[in-house]
Design a protein around this ligand. Sequence first.
Ligand code: FES
Length: 570
Amino acid sequence: MGLRSAQWYGGSDRNAYIHRAWMRRGLPDSAFTGRPHIAIANTASDLTPCNAHLGEVAHSVANGVYEAGGIPLHLPVVSLGETQVRPTAMLWRNMAAMATEEMLRANPIDGVVLLGGCDKTIPALLMAAASVDLPAVVVPGGPMLTGHFRGVPLGCGTDVWRLSEEVRAGTLSQEAFLKSESAMIRSRGHCNTMGTASTMGLLAEVLGMTLPGTAGIPAPDSRLLEAAHATGVLAVELVAHQRRPSAVLSRAAFLNAIVALAALGGSTNAVVHLLAIAGRLGVALTLDDFDRTGSGVPLLVDLQPAGRHLMDDLYRAGGLHAVLAEVRDLLDATAITVTGRPLVDHLRDARVHDREVIRPRTAPLRSDAGIAVLYGNLAPDGAIIKPAAASRHLLHHRGPAVVFDSVEDLHARLDDPDLAVTADSVLILRGCGPKGYPGMPEVANLPLPAKLLADGVRDMVRICDGRMSGTAYGTVVLHVAPEAAAGGPLAKVRTGDTIVLDVAGRRIDVDVPDEVLAAREPASATVRAFATPRRGWERLYVDTVRQADTGADLTFLTGASGDRVSRESH
Ligand code: FES
């Protein structure tokens, strides 16, 4: 089969002349006669600090592509800095995916190397690659090195929440808190906890979409550049074999990712991202697959937020392959990687070098990790909870609701000394789903009331239609679907209603008779927020976004579209 790029560059007509002439700029004739053109889709940006080093990684990829006979082409794509963009990076994930998809399809390329790191970037790149289905491979940008403050390692994200709660509880001074700020981010790379970036980088490899052994290499480690170079070589081979994402991203690959998600103690955000990527290919993956496949898988990795260590400890201890080797019997051996070989084949040499970081199956951190999927009259289409990040004593709980209609409402009232709240209360935050916020922000791990913190309370049951940072912890029921703004029953709960959480029974309910709940009007605040006039991307998003239980992609972006371009430009 001929190269796709030859549709632009092949022949002697006027259009081929134009395509070649404008691209030459020093390229040899051979660049247009049979050498594969490989895009390096790069999310490097100064405003995505976790990805700012990807220019150097791209340089190594380009060297590898060129060495293997291909033509490397740098393609900057939409980038999302998790800590920077408002109102939430998740609002823009689908836009980044759609823009990247369109640019991959529109341009004369035969394959693509995808460079991501910060939370939404790898999911968006994988969604795009799945939709276009050109030969593709990911280089995860890697985690940063561990910073220390006063001799104690800092987990970025997790320790921000912990330290800020200590300030609110009065056990840490504001001055000490601010001093820790410059110690938090020690080096290039993404967050060093098992947050969303770490999780999605590692899962990209479990899905088969990286050169095996690449995910989890710390960003400053020179082995990342070695892997990037080798990935460039591999990209050219992928084109030669026409090995496309649709051949790699099978249902078996997604189920392996769910097993790994549990064993790693990965972020709850992986649920929406994996569902969205699968949706782009028409792979039948459902919310229930996370419970069916992931529950019962032991948590083996002692990393924050569930445990103690950080990402460079995991790499030193043997890395992803050492973890996967521990659960090899749970992995589907039919799932292949971009190498064309099964994932499990790449685990043969895996060794654990530090049993404190990667536990054996016989002594896991938790025997039953994974994601529990809850249903009930509060979440007819499902909600999730990460039991490994929750307090055991709260996994079965009954308590009165304290309802907040928005994050602004939460901030205005949470620390009011007169707020009627006890440790048994269930804090509910609504209006934070895909449509309601809009963009489904990471606010589900809502802070605890200051007066309870001062009393020593460190966890409470919380319920939200938003997401939670992968670096957060607590007994949090999140991704409630349908969300309040889409007519979900969460909009009808009132302060004082009794909430019943039963994780073992997989239930989340409000103890109000069905007919009473049905007769109630939804809270006016959530209805009002949804009626806000919008334009541009936000309008397209709010009008067409699906709910969390199917990955919060846009309705018209599910299903693959392929790489075909129907018409010439002139
Ligand atoms: Fe970029 Fe955490 S903010 S990975």
